[in-house]
Design a protein around this ligand. Structure first.
Ligand code: MRU
Length: 360
Protein backbone atom coordinates (compact mmCIF):
# COMPACT_ATOMS: atom_id res chain seq x y z
CA UNK A 1 0.00 0.00 0.00
CA UNK A 2 1.07 3.62 0.01
CA UNK A 3 2.69 6.20 2.28
CA UNK A 4 2.49 9.73 0.91
CA UNK A 5 1.48 8.14 -2.39
CA UNK A 6 4.62 5.93 -2.55
CA UNK A 7 4.24 2.12 -2.61
CA UNK A 8 5.66 0.96 0.72
CA UNK A 9 6.08 -2.37 2.45
CA UNK A 10 7.06 -3.08 6.06
CA UNK A 11 9.59 -5.72 4.92
CA UNK A 12 11.86 -5.54 1.88
CA UNK A 13 14.86 -7.41 0.64
CA UNK A 14 17.52 -6.04 -1.67
CA UNK A 15 20.83 -7.54 -2.81
CA UNK A 16 20.85 -10.11 -0.04
CA UNK A 17 19.94 -7.59 2.66
CA UNK A 18 16.74 -7.25 4.69
CA UNK A 19 15.05 -3.99 5.69
CA UNK A 20 12.03 -3.39 7.94
CA UNK A 21 10.02 -0.42 9.12
CA UNK A 22 10.59 0.09 12.84
CA UNK A 23 6.91 0.12 13.84
CA UNK A 24 7.70 1.35 17.35
CA UNK A 25 8.31 4.78 15.83
CA UNK A 26 4.98 5.04 14.00
CA UNK A 27 2.92 7.12 13.42
CA UNK A 28 5.41 9.84 14.24
CA UNK A 29 8.50 8.68 12.36
CA UNK A 30 8.95 6.40 9.34
CA UNK A 31 12.26 4.74 10.04
CA UNK A 32 13.61 1.85 7.97
CA UNK A 33 16.15 -0.38 9.70
CA UNK A 34 18.49 -3.01 8.19
CA UNK A 35 18.49 -6.47 9.76
CA UNK A 36 21.90 -7.93 9.03
CA UNK A 37 21.84 -11.28 10.77
CA UNK A 38 19.56 -13.81 12.46
CA UNK A 39 20.09 -12.24 15.90
CA UNK A 40 18.95 -8.85 14.60
CA UNK A 41 15.85 -10.48 13.09
CA UNK A 42 15.05 -12.16 16.39
CA UNK A 43 15.48 -8.89 18.25
CA UNK A 44 13.21 -7.04 15.79
CA UNK A 45 10.47 -9.64 16.30
CA UNK A 46 10.79 -9.92 20.09
CA UNK A 47 10.88 -6.15 20.58
CA UNK A 48 8.07 -5.59 18.08
CA UNK A 49 9.86 -3.44 15.52
CA UNK A 50 7.91 -5.82 13.29
CA UNK A 51 4.70 -7.41 14.53
CA UNK A 52 1.51 -8.98 13.23
CA UNK A 53 1.28 -12.71 12.61
CA UNK A 54 2.06 -12.88 8.86
CA UNK A 55 4.82 -10.27 9.04
CA UNK A 56 6.70 -11.95 11.88
CA UNK A 57 6.53 -15.18 9.89
CA UNK A 58 7.94 -13.61 6.73
CA UNK A 59 10.62 -11.70 8.65
CA UNK A 60 11.69 -14.86 10.48
CA UNK A 61 11.95 -16.63 7.12
CA UNK A 62 14.57 -14.06 6.10
CA UNK A 63 16.23 -14.63 9.49
CA UNK A 64 16.71 -18.25 8.47
CA UNK A 65 18.08 -17.14 5.10
CA UNK A 66 20.58 -14.77 6.76
CA UNK A 67 21.67 -17.62 9.03
CA UNK A 68 22.10 -19.99 6.08
CA UNK A 69 24.43 -17.45 4.45
CA UNK A 70 26.70 -17.55 7.55
CA UNK A 71 26.40 -21.09 8.84
CA UNK A 72 24.44 -23.58 6.78
CA UNK A 73 25.26 -26.65 8.87
CA UNK A 74 22.42 -28.73 10.30
CA UNK A 75 23.30 -27.58 13.82
CA UNK A 76 23.53 -23.91 12.86
CA UNK A 77 20.19 -23.94 11.07
CA UNK A 78 18.37 -25.91 13.75
CA UNK A 79 19.66 -23.62 16.49
CA UNK A 80 18.57 -20.55 14.49
CA UNK A 81 15.12 -22.05 13.99
CA UNK A 82 14.75 -22.57 17.75
CA UNK A 83 15.91 -19.01 18.46
CA UNK A 84 13.53 -17.46 15.95
CA UNK A 85 10.52 -19.56 16.96
CA UNK A 86 10.96 -18.55 20.59
CA UNK A 87 10.88 -14.82 19.79
CA UNK A 88 7.09 -14.65 20.26
CA UNK A 89 4.86 -17.54 21.35
CA UNK A 90 1.31 -16.90 20.16
CA UNK A 91 1.19 -16.37 16.38
CA UNK A 92 1.62 -19.73 14.67
CA UNK A 93 2.81 -18.13 11.41
CA UNK A 94 6.22 -17.68 13.01
CA UNK A 95 6.85 -21.39 13.54
CA UNK A 96 5.17 -22.24 10.23
CA UNK A 97 7.49 -19.98 8.22
CA UNK A 98 10.65 -20.98 10.09
CA UNK A 99 9.95 -24.70 9.67
CA UNK A 100 9.10 -24.22 6.01
CA UNK A 101 12.48 -22.63 5.31
CA UNK A 102 14.27 -25.16 7.53
CA UNK A 103 12.75 -28.14 5.71
CA UNK A 104 13.59 -26.87 2.22
CA UNK A 105 17.08 -25.83 3.26
CA UNK A 106 18.08 -29.04 5.04
CA UNK A 107 17.01 -31.00 1.95
CA UNK A 108 19.85 -29.36 -0.01
CA UNK A 109 23.60 -30.10 0.13
CA UNK A 110 25.37 -27.52 2.34
CA UNK A 111 26.82 -25.41 -0.56
CA UNK A 112 23.32 -24.86 -2.00
CA UNK A 113 21.56 -24.09 1.27
CA UNK A 114 22.03 -20.32 1.39
CA UNK A 115 20.46 -19.84 -2.04
CA UNK A 116 17.62 -22.25 -1.23
CA UNK A 117 16.81 -20.50 2.06
CA UNK A 118 16.82 -17.08 0.42
CA UNK A 119 14.52 -18.24 -2.39
CA UNK A 120 12.10 -19.75 0.12
CA UNK A 121 12.00 -16.57 2.21
CA UNK A 122 11.26 -14.56 -0.93
CA UNK A 123 8.51 -17.03 -1.85
CA UNK A 124 6.91 -16.77 1.60
CA UNK A 125 6.90 -12.97 1.38
CA UNK A 126 5.43 -12.86 -2.13
CA UNK A 127 2.83 -15.54 -1.32
CA UNK A 128 1.72 -13.47 1.65
CA UNK A 129 0.93 -10.56 -0.66
CA UNK A 130 -1.14 -12.80 -2.96
CA UNK A 131 -2.93 -14.47 -0.03
CA UNK A 132 -3.95 -11.13 1.45
CA UNK A 133 -5.13 -9.80 -1.90
CA UNK A 134 -7.33 -12.91 -2.18
CA UNK A 135 -8.68 -12.35 1.35
CA UNK A 136 -9.62 -8.89 0.13
CA UNK A 137 -11.46 -10.26 -2.91
CA UNK A 138 -13.38 -12.77 -0.79
CA UNK A 139 -14.26 -10.19 1.87
CA UNK A 140 -15.37 -7.53 -0.60
CA UNK A 141 -18.82 -9.08 -1.32
CA UNK A 142 -19.66 -8.93 2.42
CA UNK A 143 -19.11 -5.16 2.34
CA UNK A 144 -20.87 -4.79 -1.01
CA UNK A 145 -23.97 -6.55 0.35
CA UNK A 146 -24.18 -4.16 3.32
CA UNK A 147 -23.65 -1.17 1.02
CA UNK A 148 -26.57 -2.33 -1.13
CA UNK A 149 -28.81 -2.87 1.91
CA UNK A 150 -28.69 0.62 3.42
CA UNK A 151 -27.79 4.19 2.48
CA UNK A 152 -24.64 5.85 3.80
CA UNK A 153 -21.16 4.50 4.45
CA UNK A 154 -20.56 0.92 5.57
CA UNK A 155 -19.42 1.20 9.19
CA UNK A 156 -16.75 -1.37 10.02
CA UNK A 157 -15.08 -1.83 13.39
CA UNK A 158 -11.59 -3.31 13.58
CA UNK A 159 -9.27 -4.11 16.47
CA UNK A 160 -5.48 -3.97 16.74
CA UNK A 161 -3.60 -3.68 13.46
CA UNK A 162 -4.33 -6.43 10.98
CA UNK A 163 -3.38 -4.04 8.21
CA UNK A 164 -0.53 -3.96 5.70
CA UNK A 165 1.91 -3.22 8.50
CA UNK A 166 1.05 -6.63 10.01
CA UNK A 167 1.70 -8.44 6.72
CA UNK A 168 3.94 -8.00 3.68
CA UNK A 169 1.18 -6.02 1.95
CA UNK A 170 -2.61 -5.41 1.97
CA UNK A 171 -3.19 -6.64 5.51
CA UNK A 172 -5.72 -9.31 6.33
CA UNK A 173 -8.67 -7.54 7.99
CA UNK A 174 -7.93 -4.38 6.00
CA UNK A 175 -7.66 -6.05 2.57
CA UNK A 176 -11.47 -6.09 2.05
CA UNK A 177 -11.58 -2.46 3.25
CA UNK A 178 -8.91 -1.33 0.80
CA UNK A 179 -10.62 -3.16 -2.03
CA UNK A 180 -14.03 -1.71 -1.10
CA UNK A 181 -12.53 1.78 -0.94
CA UNK A 182 -10.91 1.28 -4.36
CA UNK A 183 -14.30 0.11 -5.70
CA UNK A 184 -15.86 3.39 -4.58
CA UNK A 185 -17.92 2.01 -1.67
CA UNK A 186 -18.17 4.65 1.07
CA UNK A 187 -16.66 3.38 4.33
CA UNK A 188 -16.42 4.58 7.89
CA UNK A 189 -13.91 2.55 9.91
CA UNK A 190 -14.03 2.52 13.71
CA UNK A 191 -10.45 1.94 14.83
CA UNK A 192 -10.08 0.50 18.35
CA UNK A 193 -7.05 2.18 19.91
CA UNK A 194 -5.98 -1.25 21.28
CA UNK A 195 -4.32 -0.67 24.61
CA UNK A 196 -1.72 -1.21 25.82
CA UNK A 197 0.48 -0.87 22.71
CA UNK A 198 -2.11 1.08 20.71
CA UNK A 199 -1.64 -0.71 17.40
CA UNK A 200 -5.03 0.63 16.27
CA UNK A 201 -4.42 4.26 17.19
CA UNK A 202 -0.82 4.30 15.99
CA UNK A 203 -0.74 1.91 13.04
CA UNK A 204 -4.20 1.21 11.62
CA UNK A 205 -5.18 4.88 11.74
CA UNK A 206 -1.89 5.84 10.01
CA UNK A 207 -2.37 3.25 7.27
CA UNK A 208 -5.99 4.14 6.61
CA UNK A 209 -5.13 7.85 6.55
CA UNK A 210 -2.45 7.34 3.90
CA UNK A 211 -4.94 5.40 1.76
CA UNK A 212 -7.64 8.05 2.23
CA UNK A 213 -10.06 5.69 4.01
CA UNK A 214 -12.36 7.62 6.39
CA UNK A 215 -11.81 6.41 9.94
CA UNK A 216 -12.33 7.37 13.56
CA UNK A 217 -10.16 6.18 16.45
CA UNK A 218 -12.17 5.10 19.48
CA UNK A 219 -11.26 4.05 23.01
CA UNK A 220 -11.35 0.28 23.35
CA UNK A 221 -14.34 0.54 25.64
CA UNK A 222 -16.53 2.40 23.11
CA UNK A 223 -17.29 -0.45 20.68
CA UNK A 224 -20.15 -2.03 22.65
CA UNK A 225 -21.89 1.32 23.01
CA UNK A 226 -21.59 2.07 19.28
CA UNK A 227 -23.03 -1.36 18.47
CA UNK A 228 -25.99 -0.78 20.80
CA UNK A 229 -26.67 2.51 19.00
CA UNK A 230 -26.70 0.74 15.62
CA UNK A 231 -23.53 2.47 14.46
CA UNK A 232 -21.53 -0.64 13.52
CA UNK A 233 -22.53 -2.75 10.50
CA UNK A 234 -19.70 -5.23 10.62
CA UNK A 235 -16.63 -6.24 12.62
CA UNK A 236 -13.53 -7.58 10.84
CA UNK A 237 -10.47 -8.55 12.88
CA UNK A 238 -7.27 -10.46 12.20
CA UNK A 239 -5.98 -13.49 14.06
CA UNK A 240 -2.75 -14.98 15.36
CA UNK A 241 -3.79 -18.61 15.70
CA UNK A 242 -7.04 -20.39 14.87
CA UNK A 243 -7.73 -23.89 16.18
CA UNK A 244 -9.29 -26.80 14.31
CA UNK A 245 -12.69 -26.11 15.81
CA UNK A 246 -12.56 -22.40 14.92
CA UNK A 247 -11.53 -20.71 18.17
CA UNK A 248 -9.71 -17.54 17.10
CA UNK A 249 -6.84 -16.10 19.09
CA UNK A 250 -6.18 -12.41 18.42
CA UNK A 251 -5.03 -9.26 20.19
CA UNK A 252 -6.31 -8.82 23.75
CA UNK A 253 -9.79 -7.27 23.72
CA UNK A 254 -11.03 -9.04 20.61
CA UNK A 255 -13.18 -11.45 22.65
CA UNK A 256 -15.09 -8.57 24.27
CA UNK A 257 -15.84 -7.13 20.83
CA UNK A 258 -17.15 -10.51 19.70
CA UNK A 259 -19.43 -10.73 22.75
CA UNK A 260 -20.79 -7.24 22.11
CA UNK A 261 -21.26 -8.04 18.41
CA UNK A 262 -23.24 -11.20 19.21
CA UNK A 263 -25.43 -9.34 21.72
CA UNK A 264 -26.23 -6.72 19.10
CA UNK A 265 -26.61 -8.91 16.02
CA UNK A 266 -23.51 -7.44 14.33
CA UNK A 267 -21.65 -9.88 12.00
CA UNK A 268 -18.19 -10.70 13.36
CA UNK A 269 -15.68 -11.90 10.75
CA UNK A 270 -12.10 -13.05 11.26
CA UNK A 271 -9.70 -12.55 8.32
CA UNK A 272 -7.46 -15.62 8.32
CA UNK A 273 -4.65 -16.68 5.99
CA UNK A 274 -4.47 -20.48 6.18
CA UNK A 275 -0.91 -20.14 7.53
CA UNK A 276 -2.61 -18.98 10.77
CA UNK A 277 -4.66 -22.18 11.11
CA UNK A 278 -3.27 -24.63 13.67
CA UNK A 279 -5.10 -27.90 13.15
CA UNK A 280 -3.09 -29.50 15.97
CA UNK A 281 -5.08 -27.56 18.57
CA UNK A 282 -8.79 -27.73 19.39
CA UNK A 283 -9.82 -25.80 22.53
CA UNK A 284 -8.31 -22.37 21.96
CA UNK A 285 -8.94 -21.06 25.48
CA UNK A 286 -7.06 -23.94 27.07
CA UNK A 287 -4.44 -24.69 24.43
CA UNK A 288 -3.20 -21.53 22.69
CA UNK A 289 -0.09 -20.13 24.42
CA UNK A 290 -0.84 -16.55 25.40
CA UNK A 291 2.10 -14.17 25.43
CA UNK A 292 2.60 -12.22 28.66
CA UNK A 293 4.31 -8.96 27.84
CA UNK A 294 6.13 -6.56 30.18
CA UNK A 295 4.04 -4.70 32.78
CA UNK A 296 5.69 -1.49 31.62
CA UNK A 297 3.53 -1.52 28.46
CA UNK A 298 0.53 -1.02 30.80
CA UNK A 299 2.04 1.30 33.37
CA UNK A 300 3.68 3.65 30.83
CA UNK A 301 2.80 5.18 27.49
CA UNK A 302 4.95 6.71 24.76
CA UNK A 303 3.94 9.56 22.47
CA UNK A 304 5.18 12.71 20.78
CA UNK A 305 5.44 15.96 22.69
CA UNK A 306 4.36 19.27 21.16
CA UNK A 307 8.05 19.92 20.57
CA UNK A 308 8.28 16.80 18.41
CA UNK A 309 10.24 14.62 20.85
CA UNK A 310 9.21 11.04 21.58
CA UNK A 311 8.60 10.72 25.31
CA UNK A 312 7.50 7.98 27.68
CA UNK A 313 5.36 8.90 30.68
CA UNK A 314 4.02 6.87 33.60
CA UNK A 315 0.22 6.38 33.92
CA UNK A 316 -0.13 4.36 37.10
CA UNK A 317 0.81 5.03 40.72
CA UNK A 318 4.34 4.04 41.60
CA UNK A 319 4.23 0.54 43.02
CA UNK A 320 0.93 -0.62 41.45
CA UNK A 321 1.34 -4.02 39.84
CA UNK A 322 0.19 -4.49 36.23
CA UNK A 323 -0.62 -7.60 34.20
CA UNK A 324 -0.29 -7.71 30.43
CA UNK A 325 -1.74 -10.74 28.64
CA UNK A 326 -1.31 -9.81 24.97
CA UNK A 327 -3.93 -12.02 23.32
CA UNK A 328 -7.31 -13.58 24.00
CA UNK A 329 -9.42 -16.27 22.38
CA UNK A 330 -12.81 -15.75 20.76
CA UNK A 331 -14.73 -19.03 20.80
CA UNK A 332 -15.91 -20.33 17.42
CA UNK A 333 -19.58 -19.84 18.40
CA UNK A 334 -19.07 -16.05 18.28
CA UNK A 335 -17.41 -16.01 14.83
CA UNK A 336 -19.74 -15.41 11.86
CA UNK A 337 -17.13 -16.70 9.42
CA UNK A 338 -13.46 -16.78 8.45
CA UNK A 339 -12.44 -14.76 5.41
CA UNK A 340 -9.59 -16.82 3.97
CA UNK A 341 -7.64 -16.72 0.71
CA UNK A 342 -9.72 -19.71 -0.38
CA UNK A 343 -13.10 -18.10 0.34
CA UNK A 344 -15.34 -17.38 3.32
CA UNK A 345 -15.77 -20.46 5.50
CA UNK A 346 -17.87 -21.30 8.57
CA UNK A 347 -16.32 -21.41 12.01
CA UNK A 348 -16.56 -25.16 12.32
CA UNK A 349 -14.12 -28.03 12.21
CA UNK A 350 -15.36 -29.66 9.01
CA UNK A 351 -15.10 -26.41 7.04
CA UNK A 352 -11.66 -25.56 8.42
CA UNK A 353 -10.25 -29.06 7.83
CA UNK A 354 -11.53 -28.91 4.25
CA UNK A 355 -9.24 -25.94 3.48
CA UNK A 356 -6.17 -26.71 1.42
CA UNK A 357 -3.06 -26.50 3.63
CA UNK A 358 -0.60 -23.69 2.79
CA UNK A 359 2.73 -24.76 1.26
CA UNK A 360 5.30 -26.11 3.68
O1 MRU B 1 1.09 -8.13 19.20
P1 MRU B 1 0.88 -7.89 17.73
O2 MRU B 1 0.83 -6.45 17.35
O3 MRU B 1 1.85 -8.70 16.90
O4 MRU B 1 -0.55 -8.51 17.49
C1 MRU B 1 -1.10 -8.49 16.21
C2 MRU B 1 -2.51 -8.84 16.16
O5 MRU B 1 -3.10 -9.33 17.09
C3 MRU B 1 -3.14 -8.75 14.85
O6 MRU B 1 -4.43 -8.30 14.94
C4 MRU B 1 -3.03 -10.16 14.26
O7 MRU B 1 -1.67 -10.56 14.30
C5 MRU B 1 -3.45 -10.25 12.92
S1 MRU B 1 -2.21 -9.62 11.88
C6 MRU B 1 -2.80 -9.73 10.30
Amino acid sequence: MRVNGEPTRPLRSKDGRVFVIDQRQLPHRLQVMPLDDMAAVRQAIAEMWVRGAPLIGATAAYGMALQAARDATDNGLQAAARMLESARPTAVNLAWAVRRVLKITLAQPVPRRAAAAWAEAEAIAEEDVAVNAAIGSHGLPIIEAIARSRPGPVRVLTHCNAGWLATVDWGTATAPLYQAHAAGIPLQVWVDETRPRNQGASLTAWELGHEGVPHTVIADNAGGHLMQRGQVDLVIVGCDRVTARGDACNKIGTYLKALAARDNGVPFYVAMPTSTLDLSLSDGVKEVPIEERPAREVTHITGRTQGGQMMEVQLTPKGSAAANPAFDVTPARLVTGFITEQGVVAADEAALRALKAPSG
